[in-house]
Design a protein around this ligand. Sequence first.
Ligand SMILES: CC(C)(COP(=O)(O)OP(=O)(O)OC[C@H]1O[C@@H](n2cnc3c(N)ncnc32)[C@H](O)[C@@H]1OP(=O)(O)O)[C@@H](O)C(=O)NCCC(=O)NCCS
Length: 148
Amino acid sequence: MNPPGDHLDQIMAVMQSAFDPVFGEAWTRRQVEDSLLVGNCHYELALANEGCAGFYLARTGYEEVELLLLAVAPEHRRRGIARHLLAELAQSARQRGATRLLLEMRRDNPAGLLYRDFGFTPIGERKDYYKLANGSRADAITLALHLP
Ligand SMILES: CC(C)(COP(=O)(O)OP(=O)(O)OC[C@H]1O[C@@H](n2cnc3c(N)ncnc32)[C@H](O)[C@@H]1OP(=O)(O)O)[C@@H](O)C(=O)NCCC(=O)NCCS
C-alpha cells in the first residue's frame, strides 16, 4: 500500500499531537512509510470537518491482524472516534480472513479501558519492556480479541 503524501501528512500531524514524548511511542514518517511499502500493513483515517482527527495502522499476519498504532488528536477525544476506528479495523480484519486482533500496549495506558470495553483480553506481558524518556521502564501487555 503506497499512501498519497497528504495521507502521510495527516497521519503525522495526528501522531505528533497525540503521543506524549515521554513514552516514545510515536513513529517517524519514515517508519510509517516503510511499514506501508512492505505491503502487509494498512491504515484508516478518521476524518473530521477540518481534516484528519485520528487513524490506525495495522499489520496483517497469518489469521491475525495486529494493531500497531491507534491515535486521536487531543481536540477530538472522547467522542467515540477510536471506538469507531477499532470497529473498522475489526471489519477489515474479518475481510482479510483474520480470526483475531492483537495489540501490545504499555500497562497503565488509559487506552486499556477502550480496548477492554471493546472486548480485548490480556494474553501475555513483557516485564519492563518499554524504556521511557525519563529513564524508567514500563511493562508491555499483549491483548487479543477473537473475531467471530
Ligand atoms: C487512546 C485514544 C486513541 C482514545 O481515543 P478517543 O477517540 O478519545 O476514544 P473514544 O472516544 O473512542 O473512547 C471510547 C471509550 O474508551 C474509554 N476511554 C478512551 N480514552 C480514555 C481515557 N483517556 N481515559 C479513560 N477511558 C478512556 C472510555 O470508556 C470511552 O468511552 P466514554 O468516552 O463514553 O467514557 C486517544 O486517547 C489517544 O490517541 N491517546 C494517545 C495515543 C495512544 O495512547 N494510543 C493507544 C496506544 S496503545
